[in-house]
Design a protein around this ligand. Sequence first.
Ligand SMILES: Cc1cc2nc3c(=O)[nH]c(=O)nc-3n(C[C@H](O)[C@H](O)[C@H](O)COP(=O)(O)OP(=O)(O)OC[C@H]3O[C@@H](n4cnc5c(N)ncnc54)[C@H](O)[C@@H]3O)c2cc1C
Length: 414
Amino acid sequence: MYNPSLSGSAGNSAANSRLYIYEVSGLRDLQSSNAADSKIRRSGSSFITVPYQRMNQEMRRIASLGGKILSIRPFEAKTESTSVENTEPMSIQSTEQVVETSESAPTEVAAAPAAKKHADVPVNIYRPNAPFVGKCVSNDGLLADGGIGMVQHVKFDISAGDLRYFEGQSIGIIPPGKDAKGKNNKIRLYSIASTRHGDDVDDKTVSLCVRKLEYKDEKTGKEVEGVCSTFICGLKPGDEIQITGPTGKEMLLPDDPEANVIMMATGTGIAPFRAYLWRMFKDNERHANPDYSFKGLAWLVFGVATTPNILYKDELEEIQEKYPDNFKLTYAVSREQKNAEGGKMYIQDRIAENADELWSLIQQEKTHVYICGLKGMETGIDAALTNAAIKSDVKWSEYRSQLKRAGRWHVETY
Ligand SMILES: Cc1cc2nc3c(=O)[nH]c(=O)nc-3n(C[C@H](O)[C@H](O)[C@H](O)COP(=O)(O)OP(=O)(O)OC[C@H]3O[C@@H](n4cnc5c(N)ncnc54)[C@H](O)[C@@H]3O)c2cc1C
């Protein structure tokens, strides 16, 4: 197992003087906003040298310009390079100018004791050509007054069939009707928001947390509603719904009740974490699962736009009050809270604020990390953890790959 004390610590000041190479794709306007001699390759990636102190700031700037950070690595010059010595402003380099980086000493990540073969996990009990027809039991709004958009908690009766599932899996929903090409509408996947026993702990239901997709088409200027999410959000009790699955083994909760479970969610990405937290802490669930009495640390970092958009807020806070030693709850409310630089508070800012503590937890053999929600949220999380890991002389991207191989790093973004 990786032992930070063996690898030596670079310490804060050393880390602060270091440079990192961001590999970035999809940048639109960086040329005009940066130094005149900056060059972006017409295809492929750009490479940006970033001093440690400006990592978060630069990350936000890249995102605002439509760029995607593909990787972050410490700059370790084997030979001198004039462009990277000039740390301010950041320089953009062509691939050829980037000095080869030497690999950091390999670190070993222990496989989670709970990592299992998942042989007993149910998958694809119902397939698209023979879906299960369930019934809507209830459909409740999850946003408080003033919340942006529409997000619903929808419960389906599955008692008439054989649909079984575990926390962290998804189901497919086939919306009725045809698509633009006249073909039957295709399946959309949704993370299951209830425990395997269902919200009523009677093994008869499955619940989802669904945001109605609404956006303005830039070409036509028309408001567009998502096909399946609009269908689900409009269901009434008694309405029928075609369900497939369950699917997915990526987001399964470890069996070990002493595992630490770090959860990072944006918006409806809370769905699987609601299932975990209910299994860990709800009284009736604890009764139903005598062999799973959670004793680890569960830490939810939850990013939303406004306070009324904090899904399941009352219940999350109730759990926190009842289990303060086992459940930590951290919100990032982008339109209300400010980050350290006075900008909007996004999930990556909270991760950055808590990076040292998170890094220390992540190094523990019993810790699993789960990320769920908006595509692209991993980039900011990676940048924050890169900063923390480098203080232990660890290259985060390598360490994260090892965590993944060890079955302790779980991502589901959409
Ligand atoms: C594993 C997994 C789990 C998921 N879990 C959940 C969940 O728990 N809750 C949840 O709400 N969703 C979840 N989703 C997303 C869900 O599957 C659907 O993609 C979502 O509900 C939209 O489907 P729709 O039929 O309403 O939209 P569609 O009618 O399919 O429209 C979607 C399309 O609209 C276009 N579009 C979307 N936004 C814009 C925009 N701003 N501007 C221009 N075009 C745009 C894109 O082309 C996009 O493909 C999950 C997805 C995956 C893969």
